[in-house]
Design a protein around this ligand. Structure first.
Ligand code: ASP
Length: 344
């Protein structure tokens, strides 16, 4: 009889573990034992479960690079003790955390599965129980070659997605996440069906953890009417090192010479500007329209079919770990953890 798989369940907070504060009527994070009491089925899974609770537990609106660093260090310290990791996390910033961890944890051979829920686990109609149980099963799944999903992924309402391809799309429905530009890694129905052709296997080098992230980055979303002064103020922020420019459609932006001059002066000062589309589906192609070519010519970098969450955390990761400007640009243009399809 093979050994029982062992999973470290990491609780950061989020609706899954929340209960109503009787004084305000609003939801607030509750302790981990509360979760375990609601899901006695966990004992019958045949999986050795141990847990770690963050202190304080938080609503994920309070998530930060400091906590990402703590998460990455925790996984690093426990990497060889467990077969997989499940992170319970609020849904609001789960895609940012999954994206950040995908860059921070290099050459993973074990699953790191994030999940949470839209309704607290103590409520009768909760989606938390199914999400938690299936996320643990996925984190424990292995065959004779090792873990079936050695990736940072999000499991939510029947779908397993590569974490750095996800976006929170609904504040209402149980299927809160979507990976618009990459297929699901697995679907949970009567069976959990893995889409192995789309899962990343066989890292060539040893597992490595990178905890440094550059926080002097900003997301600048264009809209008709945004003023030149606003753009200038953001581009001239002291210490700014990188800008994610959220453009229209396939990477298009205003053609005004004033706008282009601000961006080009900013790039010439050494600030990296990455073009991400505001569309949830599709990709940046700056060669398609003249409104895009102008950006390409001044040195704006395409993020191809990246989500904003992946683009901003990739930039934080690269700026935090690499000093050579040309190397950062070169790595932005290629897929590091399956976060983009870089074939334009
Ligand atoms: N505000 C909550 C959080 O992100 C929402 C959730 O968990 O669904 O922590």
């Amino acid at each position: 009889m093979p050994n029982k798989p062992s999973i470290l369940l990491i609780y950061t907070g989020g609706t899954i573990g929340m209960a109503t504060n009787p004084e305000t009527g609003a939801l607030k994070p509750f302790d981990f034992d509360h979760i375990m009491q609601q899901v006695p089925e966990l004992k019958r899974l045949g999986i050795k479960l141990e847990s770690y609770t963050f202190d304080p537990i938080i609503d994920s609106s309070d998530m930060s690079p400091i906590i990402w660093e703590q998460l990455a260090n925790l996984i690093n310290e426990n990497y060889y003790k467990y077969d997989g990791f499940v992170i319970l996390h609020g849904t609001d910033t789960m895609s940012y955390t999954a994206s950040a961890l995908s860059f921070m944890l290099q050459n993973l051979t074990k699953p790191v599965i994030l999940t949470g829920s839209q309704l607290p686990i103590g409520l009768i109609r909760t989606d938390g129980k199914e999400n938690l149980i299936t996320a643990i099963e996925i984190a424990a799944a292995r065959d004779n070659r090792g873990a079936i999903v050695p990736e940072v992924a999000i499991y939510f309402e029947t779908e397993l997605y590569r974490g750095n391809r996800t976006t929170k799309r609904s504040a209402e429905h149980f299927n809160a996440f979507k990976s618009y530009n990459y297929p699901a890694l697995a679907q949970a129905g009567i069976n959990i069906v893995y889409n192995r052709d789309h899962i990343n296997y066989s890292p060539k080098e040893d597992f490595a953890v990178h905890t440094k992230l550059e926080q002097n980055v900003v997301i600048l979303k264009l809209f008709p009417g945004i003023t030149v002064q606003t753009i200038k103020a953001i581009c001239n922020l002291p210490h700014i090192k990188g800008i994610i420019l959220e453009t229209y459609g396939s990477g298009n932006a205003p053609t005004s010479p004033e706008f282009h001059k601000i961006l080009s002066d900013t790039i010439n000062r050494g600030v990296i500007i990455v073009n991400v589309t505001q569309c949830t589906e599709g990709r940046v192609n700056m060669k398609k329209y003249e409104t895009g070519i102008g950006l390409l010519n001044i040195g704006v970098i395409s993020s191809y079919d990246s989500t904003t969450e992946a683009a901003v955390t990739k930039l934080m990761y690269l700026l935090g770990n690499i000093t050579d400007h040309a190397t950062i640009i070169q790595k932005l243009k290629i897929s590091l953890r399956g976060e983009i399809n870089d074939q334009s």
